[in-house]
Design a protein around this ligand. Structure first.
Ligand SMILES: *[C@@H]1O[C@H](CO)[C@@H](O)[C@H](O)[C@H]1NC(C)=O
Ligand SMILES: *[C@@H]1O[C@H](CO)[C@@H](O)[C@H](O)[C@H]1NC(C)=O
Ligand SMILES: *[C@@H]1O[C@H](CO)[C@@H](O)[C@H](O)[C@H]1NC(C)=O
Length: 222
């Protein structure tokens, strides 16, 4: 039985960070408004790792993690394309496409991505399986105040949402680091073993704001 813990239909502020361990955000419908904004005080990133788990049956294109600044609406974006096995990864408004075998609908997928401003290399892991390493953008940091959104894709800083690109499903275990995590640690994250909690975003102490119909529910486990 899914235990409904909290339904927030208006914008609310989480005054203090919350431990969301064994919880998930549920995005139950297509809208161009409902989303969760994740808050951090970090601003100058020369490298990024993002890991999260997502569950959806969407075949159309949808965002998994959208980070915008006023300079670049796709400053760091993980986007699932409508082609069955293609991901589009963006850093600093430059992208590369990745084909992966292990992504499945209607199940939890552990999705991680790393990018490093020195080499410009971006990489994707799906369920612990690494992609090719591809060049996107190098030489400049993500410097502006960041707007990080789950559930919608930002075409501008904090907005520009499109109902046809909304995320429908569940997202959990979101962590973000200001360095590229080792492949062993990413493997550990994917296998639910020990790893260092995110130092930019930490699911176990998450500062966030919900707008619209996004639920915080217990993960359904038996
Ligand atoms: C990029 O960020 C790193 C780490 O925060 C910092 O040491 C470096 O000076 C920054 N580079 C530029 C060009 O701002
Ligand atoms: C979303 O997709 C539907 C069906 O293809 C289309 O009718 C509608 O105009 C689209 N809406 C937007 C805002 O693009
Ligand atoms: C991966 O997890 C194992 C088992 O919990 C632990 O011993 C190991 O130190 C972890 N590796 C890394 C790189 O964190």
């Amino acid at each position: 039985m899914a235990l409904l813990l909290l339904l927030v239909t208006l914008t609310t502020c989480a005054a203090t960070p919350q431990n969301l361990e064994s919880k998930m955000f549920t995005f139950p419908e297509a809208t161009n408004t409902a989303h969760t904004k994740l808050l951090t005080t970090k601003q100058d990133l020369s490298a990024v790792t993002v890991c999260l788990r997502s569950f959806t049956d969407l075949r159309r294109g949808h965002p998994i993690f959208s980070l915008a600044t006023s300079l670049a609406s796709n400053d760091f974006l993980i986007f699932k394309l409508d082609e069955s096995d293609l991901f589009d990864l963006w850093a600093r408004d430059k992208n590369a496409k990745f084909a992966l075998q292990d992504y499945k609908l209607n199940t939890w997928n552990a999705i991680c991505s790393t990018w490093d401003a020195t080499s410009g290399i971006i990489q994707l892991w799906v369920n612990g399986k690494p992609s090719s390493r591809k060049f996107v953008s190098f030489g400049s940091n993500i410097t502006e105040p960041m707007s990080i959104v789950l559930g919608q894709e930002q075409d501008s800083y904090g907005g520009g949402f499109d109902i046809n690109q909304s995320f429908i499903g569940m997202i959990s275990d979101v962590h973000m680091w200001d360095y590229t995590m080792s492949s062993c640690e990413i493997q550990n994250y994917s296998d639910e073993l020990s790893f260092s909690l995110g130092n930019v975003l930490n699911w176990n102490a998450l500062d966030f704001q919900i707008t619209g119909r996004v639920l915080i529910e217990d993960k359904q486990t038996c």
